[in-house]
Design a protein around this ligand. Structure first.
Ligand SMILES: NC(=O)c1ccc[n+]([C@@H]2O[C@H](COP(=O)([O-])OP(=O)(O)OC[C@H]3O[C@@H](n4cnc5c(N)ncnc54)[C@H](OP(=O)(O)O)[C@@H]3O)[C@@H](O)[C@H]2O)c1
Length: 255
């Protein structure tokens, strides 16, 4: 979807736009993405809040700026499955900000968790469309703008369930979840991240596992709060020293 208005787009930044860092977070109208925007904006960053759903998108910056007067949160319509929507979002950010220091590919869907016998090929398509092709589409569109930053960063919000190391460790809760679709979409995202990290030598590229976090994605079954879930994401955006290419809030995660 393209074309709905961005009421928060003209907000005045708290700091000089030339020195303030700018980030875009996809899928940020709720959950971990919303909390990531909140934490970055609280640090004084200019944050573009990407939203597919128009109504949730309109509400999100209003909620954030009500809690943080002066925060510079800018709504941008962004459906990661649509070339037109991503291109329009890139035009909006380029024209209004002229720079992007950090791109956070956070938008994701869980799809249907079912055993192998009950999984059809068609079940993969929407999930791979959002979780794998979405980050590739958004990264391709925004890379030229990202590369104008002094130290550009590309952050992929992955998952421990996409890790071979984590899902084969009987101590980890992720080893008890059986599903073909969502885990393989995040495993593929991990490989894409690894390839970007080796190929884009001028960009800091990271995959992060938020950990099992209570959000709509899992019917709020996760034990972590969104603040805890956003911890590794925000760290990937802001910290100089990071534990590796793939990490969670406790440290490095095996691929
Ligand atoms: N929660 C966990 O335990 C957990 C653990 C590991 C990794 N993750 C990952 O963390 C990320 C955020 O998930 P969450 O838990 O915060 O889930 P969530 O609360 O369901 O939020 C998902 C976000 O993705 C957006 N989205 C879905 N399809 C989209 C599309 N086509 N284009 C743009 N945005 C789209 C949703 O927007 P709409 O409102 O428009 O649908 C929503 O803002 C995901 O990548 C997820 O895989 C979550």
């Amino acid at each position: 979807m393209v074309g709905w208005s961005c009421p928060a787009g003209g907000a005045v930044s708290r700091l000089d736009a030339m020195t303030t860092r700018t980030a875009l977070v996809t899928g940020a109208n709720k959950g971990i993405g919303f909390e990531t925007v909140r934490q970055l904006a609280d640090r004084g960053w200019i944050v573009w809040l990407g939203s597919r759903d128009a109504e949730r998108g309109r509400q999100a910056p209003v909620r954030l700026t009500a809690a943080m007067p002066g925060a510079d949160v800018r709504l941008v319509a962004l459906d990661v499955t649509s070339d037109d929507s991503v291109a329009a979002a890139c035009d909006t950010v380029t024209e209004a900000s002229g720079r992007l220091d950090v791109l956070v590919n956070n938008a994701g869907i869980g799809g249907r968790f079912a055993g192998p016998e009950d999984t059809a090929v068609a079940d993969f398509l929407p999930v791979f469309g959002v979780n794998l092709l979405g980050p590739v589409r958004v990264t391709s569109a925004f890379l030229p703008l990202l590369r104008k930053a002094d130290v550009p960063r590309l952050v992929m919000v992955s998952s421990g369930v996409g890790s071979f190391g984590v899902t084969t460790d009987p101590q980890r809760i992720e080893s008890t979840l059986h599903g073909l679709v969502y885990p393989s979409s995040k495993a593929a995202l991990n490989m894409v991240t690894s390839q970007y990290a080796r190929a884009l030598t001028d960009v800091r590229v990271h995959a992060v596992d938020p950990g099992y976090t209570a959000t709509d994605l899992n019917g709020h079954s996760g034990p972590q709060t969104v603040a805890e879930g956003a911890e590794a994401v925000v760290r990937a955006c802001t910290a100089e020293e990071l534990p590796g290419t793939f990490f969670d809030r406790h440290g490095a995660v095996p691929w």
